[in-house]
Design a protein around this ligand. Sequence first.
Ligand code: FES
Ligand SMILES: [Fe+2]
Length: 405
Amino acid sequence: MQDTRPIRELIACQKPGWSLEQRFYTDPDIYRLELDRIVMRNWMLAGHCSELAAPGDFKVIRVANESAIIVRGQDNRIRAFANVCRHRGSLVCLEASGNTRKFICPYHAWVFNTEGELVGTRDMPEDFRREAFGLHPVSFDVVHGLMFVCFSDDPPSLAAARRDLAEPMAMFDFEHLKVAAAKTYPIAANWKLSVENYQECYHCAPAHPEYAKMHTLMLDGNKLERVQENMKNKTEACGLKDIYFDFTDTEAPQGEQGYGYSRTAMFEGYQTGSKDGQPVAPLLGKLRDFDGGASDFTIGPFSFLLAYSDHVVAYVFTPLEQAHCQCRIYWLVRGDAEEGRDYDREQLMWLWDITTLADEKIIVDNWKGIRSRYYRPGPFSGMERAEQRWIDWILGELRRAPQTQ
Ligand code: FES
Ligand SMILES: [Fe+2]
């Protein structure tokens, strides 16, 4: 029988510590509510400033029904605009990235400059005022070199994240990283499943033999503590500080975007996330040596970064449609590293390319099962705590929506 309970009731009935009811993944009304309350109201990673090094450099990102142009203006400032023409609404920029002095709408050729102003039209009435038809700005901010956008004029504050992440990000010199490679993985599943999957390592041992050989997240408490101790003995000599904080999701301070930082030891013999555990790029920042660890950064509900000692992998999960989402991955190395001399793109991408392709498969299979009439929520394991908390946060946001009052 079809579940017709109002969303409010569905949220209230959700069993704590169990996976979500089917309708949270399949109900179009809930998807619309999520876009409104969650996806469009929180910051998401849009890359690194070094991608837009020169005036006129631009890139386009797509999230659900939104498309944004991020562009460095002639005044050297980076801004984001809705990729929606102020004439009759066509997408203005159809390229994914490039360099330009102006954006010419492909429909009737209105012309916008890199500051978003309308600078060219034809055959418009005499009283037409171009200055009233600039591209709509999209909220844009930079956190230690990382670009973030939010499709709301009233986004959460990034001040606490910027302040507390300053020290750990400085260790790896985030400001001066550069994108050595980037790849988008389309995933035919509801977007929440891809974020949930990223946040738990219960699946790591069965699904990721390569990852499980080097990363220790699936170890039980005591074993993990022992490898952590080994790493911590080396931390300071390598130029790293022992820092930990967790203000993600439900722990975020009022009005602030959630954020967190931790460092976890890898297995003995692994200096970084590479095939043989050997370095794949020069040490980041002022690091003096490899401590055999990898740092997890979280900023907001969609963006996660993993900092090895020689490279950073950044992940951002966003919906395209209810049943389709994508994972965009950036591989970052120190800004002065040269391809061919200091790193090889294939070696750099190896681990997280195969791991993400394996994730895509298990997420899609999960989605297929969730749509079955036999699907029922199941209980979380102890290794799915972060995912559980993220779900609690999602439910809290949906509960606060005026539509569910
Ligand atoms: S829609 Fe862009 S010029 Fe007409
Ligand atoms: Fe995975």
